[in-house]
Ligand binder design. Structure first.
Ligand SMILES: [Zn+2]
Length: 347
């Protein structure tokens, strides 16, 4: 709903009633039924954009994931864990309310001011959904001027900057101001972009003064990468594949489920999973589009992803997934079970 309100652009035509549930604008009973079904059965989901994950540091991605899940160590969350907090766990910025996740981001006057600065730079008046998860579902609809990718990165940079500044206030008694957080968020985005795009022609001055005029490089053609990349520091990566000599969907789902169960058993968290099946990756990432026969397995995957802090389930081209591909293919023809021995060594 917030997205619909924010998208309204005043028209020069005379006002008239239209039925927005259909592209024709005309009301029909069938249209109502379709609309109702899509609202009832579709559960909106949001996941961290792949492009942002490649540009922002891993610790920021990890923080954002925890923010979405209300797992950051706010004072209210610490008090739930029976940690003694002075001043009844009130917000260190405003002192007005308990520091819950939703107060700190986005409803604390400090964060609220910063978000309004973002929106006024974008040239829009807006209404804010109730909390970051819903805000992220609407986020891309709020973009009016900025470069698409810069806009995608903005919440990561702004909420991370607010969090670090909040820590400075608590641990170093550092006075905080919206202006200083604003400057930090701009210089962060600038640093992330320069780290990712070495030939970036925009200076940090451009980022702070002409943010909405910056256009990042056009998408490079989607070259099929045949290279497997190691996960960022602090993360684990699991490459899975399923082979069934026919319909691979169910075996790919089971492969993901089994890797999650393996990780649970061995206490492995902060995980990235890669599969070469675009279909299965879409089922895992989007709960509204799942085959009912695999509902149970996919529900189990949802629960384990949450429990094990799975940061992403990504698609990878088969050429970059050779070991999993080979093991799964040879597994179909294997007559005796494959025994694998492994161990973790501490550094
Ligand atoms: Zn506050």
């Amino acid at each position: 709903m917030y997205g619909s309100i924010n998208r309204v652009i005043p028209s020069r035509e005379e006002d008239r009633l239209i039925w927005t549930g259909d592209v024709s604008g005309l009301f029909s009973v069938k249209g109502v039924l379709n609309l109702a079904e899509s609202k009832v059965y579709a559960i909106p989901t949001w996941s961290i954009p792949t492009r942002v994950r490649k540009i922002a540091p891993a610790k920021v991605i990890q923080f954002f994931w925890q923010l979405i899940k209300n797992r950051i160590a706010t004072r209210a969350n610490l008090m739930v864990r029976r940690v003694q907090i002075e001043n009844a766990g009130r917000c260190v910025f405003c002192g007005l309310e308990p520091e819950t996740t939703s107060h700190l981001m986005p409803f604390c006057p400090m964060s609220w001011k910063l978000l309004n600065l973002v929106m006024s730079r974008e040239g829009i008046t807006w209404c804010c959904p109730n909390g970051i998860p819903n805000l992220m579902l609407e986020w891309m609809d709020l973009r009016h001027k900025s470069d698409n990718l810069l806009w995608e990165m903005t919440p990561f940079s702004i909420f991370w900057s607010i969090w670090l500044e909040r820590n400075q206030v608590i641990f170093n008694n550092h006075p905080a101001s919206p202006e200083s957080i604003w400057d930090l968020h701009i210089s962060r985005i600038s640093a992330w972009v320069h780290g990712w795009w070495k030939e970036c022609p925009y200076s940090s001055y451009d980022f702070s003064h002409h943010f909405d005029a910056i256009r990042l490089k056009p998408q490079t053609p989607n070259l099929r990468s045949s290279v497997w990349n190691a996960p960022d520091r602090g993360f684990f990566k699991a490459n899975v594949d399923g082979s069934s000599m026919g319909n691979p969907g169910p075996t790919e789902v089971i492969a993901i489920l089994e890797v999650l169960q393996f990780c649970k058993e061995h206490g492995i968290r902060n995980l990235v999973i890669e599969s070469d099946s675009t279909l299965v990756v879409s089922w895992v990432n989007n709960s509204s589009n799942r085959p009912w026969k695999l509902r149970n397995e996919l529900n189990l995957i949802d629960n384990l992803c949450e429990e094990l802090a799975v940061v992403a389930v990504d698609h990878i081209f088969r050429e970059a997934n050779p070991i999993a591909d080979h093991l799964s293919k040879s597994g179909v023809e294997r007559l005796v079970p494959l025994n694998v021995f492994f161990g973790f060594t501490s550094p």
